[in-house]
Write a protein that binds this ligand. Structure first.
Ligand code: G3H
Ligand code: ZN
Length: 277
């Protein structure tokens, strides 16, 4: 299969009653592992990379690796820019072949957020690519970026925001957090309230650490995508850490990298199955 368009993936998920996991990659091994794990589970999802993680590589490299992994895929997978930090990043990813985009201007004041998202949406919709935006701000740690602001999504601002930005998915802040250092406390009544006023499906960031029962409850409120980053990074890093602890002379990077791919793929398969149980 080729990398699928984000709109097509969303339609597939909605017609099959599926919740789409979006797994953060950083490098070749994690990219291969995500596609491998989705195929092991025979369920669809996203490969995604944040603007921050593109410091190590570039959009074309990640698009190439994802397309390469997709040559053996039997399940639909879209390639998503997560937490896109600039219009330039959005354009570079669309031009490189990404099929779904987030422009994250949630740290800006409301009107600025709208302006930034609107601009990115116009560009992406020209190429038939869906745009995710964020209203409210999540606390926590996204790789090495720490955000203390904990600003829940205001349901009273949702319809106006979606209408004026033209975004196709809305990332919400309802007590979910980034990273593993803070315990998420998902406010399901608030999520329900937002789902009633949002014209577009919702996205839950900070999937790692959210109890699966909570995810099952949240699915009732037009949740279409849930992001997982830390759980996968931990599966990757611990593969190397465990081995090094046991034997400081172990230096077979190829062996460890293959083992890390298997461990991350197993985590991907586990997560995509349990959130769609
Ligand atoms: O955008 C990425 C996700 O929100 C990652 O969150 O590391 O808590 O799973 P997580
Ligand atoms: Zn996130």
């Amino acid at each position: 299969m080729k990398i699928v368009n984000g709109f097509d993936l969303m339609k597939f998920a909605q017609s099959h009653g599926l919740l789409l996991p979006a797994f953060n990659t950083t490098n070749m091994e994690m990219t291969y592992a995500i596609v491998k794990g989705l195929n092991q589970a025979n369920l669809p999802g996203y490969v995604q990379i944040s603007s921050n993680n593109l410091r190590l590589s570039n959009p074309a490299a990640i698009a190439y690796l994802t397309a390469d992994a997709m040559r053996n895929s039997d399940v639909p997978v879209a390639l998503h820019l997560d937490h896109g930090k600039s219009y330039e990043d959005v354009k570079a990813c669309v031009d490189a072949g990404f099929t779904s985009i987030m422009i994250d201007a949630s740290s800006l004041p409301f009107e600025e957020n709208i302006k930034e998202v609107r601009r990115a949406t116009e560009y992406c919709h020209f190429y038939g690519i869906p745009v995710e935006a964020e209203l409210g701000a999540l606390r926590g740690k996204e790789e090495d970026i720490v955000n203390e602001a904990d600003c829940k999504t205001d349901p009273g601002m949702v319809a106006d925001f979606v209408e004026r930005t033209g975004c196709d998915l809305l990332a919400v802040s309802v007590g979910n957090v980034h990273g593993l250092d803070i315990q998420p406390k998902v406010d399901l009544p608030l999520l329900e309230e937002i789902s009633k006023v949002s014209p577009v499906p919702l996205v839950m960031h900070g999937g790692s650490g959210i109890p699966f029962e909570t995810v099952q409850q949240a699915r009732k409120y037009n949740l279409i995508k849930i992001n997982y980053g830390s759980d996968l990074r931990r599966a990757f890093v611990s593969t190397f850490g465990r081995t090094y602890e046991k034997n400081h002379n172990h230096a077979s990077v190829i062996e460890l990298s293959i083992e890390a791919v298997d461990n991350v793929a197993a985590k991907v398969a586990e997560l995509v199955k349990v959130i769609n149980a």
